[in-house]
Design a protein around this ligand. Sequence first.
Ligand SMILES: Nc1ncnc2c1ncn2[C@@H]1O[C@H](COP(=O)(O)OP(=O)(O)OP(=O)(O)O)[C@@H](O)[C@H]1O
Length: 974
Amino acid sequence: MAASPGAAPGGAAAAPSQSASAASEVAVPHQRQSDAGSSSTSVAPTKSANSKRTRRISAAAALTVRPARIQVPVPPPAPANPVTVYHRSPPDPTMAVLGGLPLAPAIFFGCLGEINRQIAQSSIHSLRPGTNTSPRRDPPRISPTLPPTSSAPGAVLLSSFLLVNYLLPRMRAALNMESSENPTFQSRLHPPTFRSGLLQEMSDSHTNARAHTSQIPTKLSQPEPKRKTLAERAGEHPKAQMSTATHGTGIPRLNSIKGQSIANLNANTHATAPSRPIHTKFSKSVGGGMRAAPQPPRAPTSMGFSRSTSTRSRANTRTSRPQTAVGYHDAEEEVIEISQHKGWDVDGRLSEFESQFEKMKEAFEGTMKDRKTLEDAIDLAKARTNDLEREKQRLLDQNTQLHNQLEAQRQEIYSLQQEKQSMLLEFEREQQRHKFDLEDKVRNHRHELDEVRRQFKAEVDQMNREHREALEALERQHRAQLADEQAQKARELTELRARLGAEQQDMNLELLRKEREIQELRSHIEALKSDLDREQALRTTLQQQVAEMSTTNLALEDRMRALRAKIEFLESDSKQQSDAFAQMENRLQEALRVAEEARQKLIKEETERRVLFNKYQELKGNIRVMCRVRPVLDPSEGEEAKISFPDTKTSTQIDVTGPEERSSLGTVTRKVIPFEFDRVFDPSVKNEEIFGEISQLVQSALDGYNVCIFCYGQTGSGKTYTMSSPDGMIPRATHMIYDTITKLREKSWSYTLEGSFVEVYNEELHDLLAENTNNGVPRKKLEIRHDEVRKQTTVLNCRTVALDSPEKVEAMLKQAQANRSVAATKANERSSRSHSVFILRMVGENSATGERCEGTLNLVDLAGSERLKHSQAEGDRMKETQSINKSLACLGDVIEALGKGSPHVPYRNSKLTHLLQYSLGGNSKTLMFVMVSPLEAHLKETITSLRFATKVHNTHIGTAKSTKKLKSVDRSSD
Ligand SMILES: Nc1ncnc2c1ncn2[C@@H]1O[C@H](COP(=O)(O)OP(=O)(O)OP(=O)(O)O)[C@@H](O)[C@H]1O
C-alpha cells in the first residue's frame, strides 16, 4: 500500500528513462551504420558534426548504400553551387534535367515522404495509445508500393502544383538554354543525385556540405558489398513487401506506424510543433520531407522519443529503401543512358515526367483512398483514444481518489501508529512506574517484614530471656526451697533419729527397768502369795485353832492381835523395799550412762588404734619377709643343716652354714651365710606364735587393706603346714577375723565375709571350691577382672562362699585341700605342684560412724621352688616345674619392679602375679614367709630361697592406703 502511490510516478518516470535507454541502445548501431555508410560513400562526415547531423548523414548514407557500378567523372567542386556535391552513384536524370534547380523533385518527394511519415505516426498513436515502447522492435514501414512522396496529400498537391506551374517550365527553359549554349551543362548537372539523403544534406546544411566538399576525395575505393543492394532486394520482393504493406484493411500499416502519439496528429497545436521543420518553413519541410521516410519517429516531445524513433527511422530506411532505390535506380539508369547514349531529349523527358506524373497521380489517388481509410481509422482511433483518455482520466481520478484515500488511510494508520506508539510508551512508562512502585512496595514490605521479624525475634528473645530468667529464678527458688526442705528434713530426720534413738534407748532402758520391776514385782508377788498362802494357811490354821480354841477366846484374841501386829509390820517392810528399788534404778541409769560414755570412748579409741596401727604397719614396711625353719620331723630325713639364729632378742637373723668348699690348698671350709629378715622363726616356734606376727596384717585386712601373705620355699619346707594346716594361718586368720568382727559389733561395726579358693596350675586358674560332680558339664574357664576404682580383683566363674561361721571356713579348707592338684615327685611324694590362693574378702560397715571398709586377705601357698636339675622332673612334671619356676621368677620381678618404682610392673607375665596385682602393689601389705628345710640335703635350695627372700626384703614397696571410707561419702559418691 505504501509503495503504490509512488509506483505511478516511478512508472511514469521510468518511461522516459526507458526510452532514453532504448535511444542510447539504438544510437550505437546508428553510429555503426553511420560508420558503414562513411566507408561506402564518398562523403566523409566530419567528426566535429553534431549527433543530429550525424544521424542525417547516416540516414542519407543508408539510402545510398549500393555498389557503384559506374564511374562518373567528377567535376571540380563548385562552392557557390549548393548541388555540387559529389556522389559515387550516377547523377539523377531529373537533377540533370533540372540543372541549377534540382530541389524541385526533392521537395516534391520530400513533402510526400514527410506527409506519409506523419500519417503513419498518427495512425500508430491513434491505434496504440500509450504503447509507445516498441517502436524499435516494430518500426513503422512505408509501403513499398507507394512512393515516398505519396503519403501527404497536401504536400503532393503542393508538389504537383510546383511541378506543373513552376518547375516544369523552368526545367524546359533551362534545358533548352543549356542545350543550346553550354555544352558542359551535362557535366555541371551531373553531380546532383536524386536521393533523399543527399537532398537532406543539402537542404539542412548545404553551407557545411559545401565546406566539406572540398575535403571529399575525388575517388573513393568501394568495398565489396556484403549484402545485396536495396535495389536488388527491392527487385526480389516487391510483391511480397507490397502485399505486406497493403494487404488487408490496413492493419499491417497500422503495425508499421505504431509508436506515434496522438499528440503528433495535432502537430499544429502542439507546443513542440514549431520544432518540426516540416510545418514551419518550406525549405525545412523539404529537408524534413526528404528525411521523412527514414526519420518518421522524430518526436516533438522529447529527445529520448526522438532517438527511439530514429531507430525506427533506421529500420524504416532498410524497408523503404528498395522502393526508393527502385524508383531512383530506374531514373539513374535512364539518366545514365541518356547522358551516355542519347543525350538530352527535353520532350522525351517531359513526357516521361508527365507519364511519371500520371503514375504519381494515380498513386496519389490510391494514397488518398488509403488516406481516407486511414483517416477513418484515425477517427475511430481518436474516438477510441478519447474513450480511453476519459477512461484513463477516470481511472486517474479514481486512482487519485484511491491514492488520497490511501494517503488518508496511511495518515490514519500513521496517526494510529503514533497513537499506538505513544500508548505503548505510556504503557511502558506506566508499567515501569508500576514496576518501580511494586519494587518499592516489595522493598518496603520486605523492610517491614524484616523489622517485624526483628521485633518478633527480639520479643521472642526477650520472652525467652525472661522466661529463662524466670525459670532460673524459679529453679533457684525451688532449689533453695528444696535445699531448705532437705536440710530441714535432714535435721528433722537427724532429730527424729536422735530422738528415736534416745527414745528407743529410753524405752529399752525403761523396758529393762520395767522388766526388772515386773520380775521383781512378780517375785515379790510370788513371795507375797506364798506369804499370803502361808498366812492363809496359818489363818486357816488359826481359824481352826480359833475354832478349836473358841473355847479359849482370850488366848486366841491375843494371838490375833499378835498376828495383826505382824501384818502391819509386813506392810511397813514393802514400802521400804519400794524405796530400795528406786534407788537401784537410779544407780542403773548412772551405770548405763557411764557405759555409753565408755563405749563412745572405745569407738574413738578404735579409730585411733586403727590409725596408729596403720602407721605402725607402714613403719614396719608394706612388704615384710619372715623366715621359718621347720623342725626335723624324723632323724631318718637326713643330716640336719647347720642353721643358727644368733639374734635371740629380735629374732631377725639366721645364719646358714653353706656347703663345703674346697680351697686350692685342699682345705675344706664351710661359710656361714647370714640372712636377716623382719622375723626369723626357729623350728621350735609354733603356728600360734607365727600367727601372732601376722595377726596384725589380718587386722589391717579388717581395717580395709589388701593383704597378701604367701609362703615361699622348696618342696617339703612346711609351706602348707604353715598356711593351711588345721592350726595354720588361714584357720587362725578366720578365727581371728570372727573374733574381731564379733568384738567390733560392740563398736557398731558389722562385717560380711566371702571366701574363694583358686589354684594356678600350669598357668591356668582352677576353682578349688568347685563341686567335683558337675554333671558332665565342662567347667567354665576362670577369668581375672580388676576394678581400677575399688582396687579389687574378682575371678569370674569362681565360686564364692559366704563365711558367716568358723565351721564353714574349715569345710572350705577341706574341700580345697581335696581338690588341689597333688603329684608325686622324687623330691616329695606329696608335693604341691600348684599355687593355691585363698581369697577372703571382708566388707565392714560402722552403723554409728557411717564408716565402710573393704579389704582382702590373700593367703597364698606357693608351689615348690626347687630347681629342675635337683628335682629331676621329666615330662609333665618338668612342664609343671617350668611353669612354677616361671611364675616364681615373675613374682620376683614384680616385687623388684615395685621396689624400684618402675613405671611398668610386669603383673601380666604370669597368672599368679596378675591375680595378686592389687595385693602386691601400693595399696597392699605383703608378707612373705620363706620356708626353710632344716635338712642338709636341702641346703642349696635353702640358700637359694633365702637369697630370693633377702632380695624381696630389701624392696620397699611404698605406703599402703586403706580403702576405708565414710559411709556418707560413699552415699554422696553414689
Ligand atoms: N613346723 C612344723 N612342725 C611340725 N611339722 C612340720 C612343720 N613344718 C612342716 N612340718 C611337716 O613337714 C611335712 C612337710 O610339710 P609341708 O607339706 O607343709 O611342706 P610343703 O612345703 O607344703 O611341701 P609342698 O610344697 O609339697 O606342699 C609335713 O608332714 C608337715 O606336717
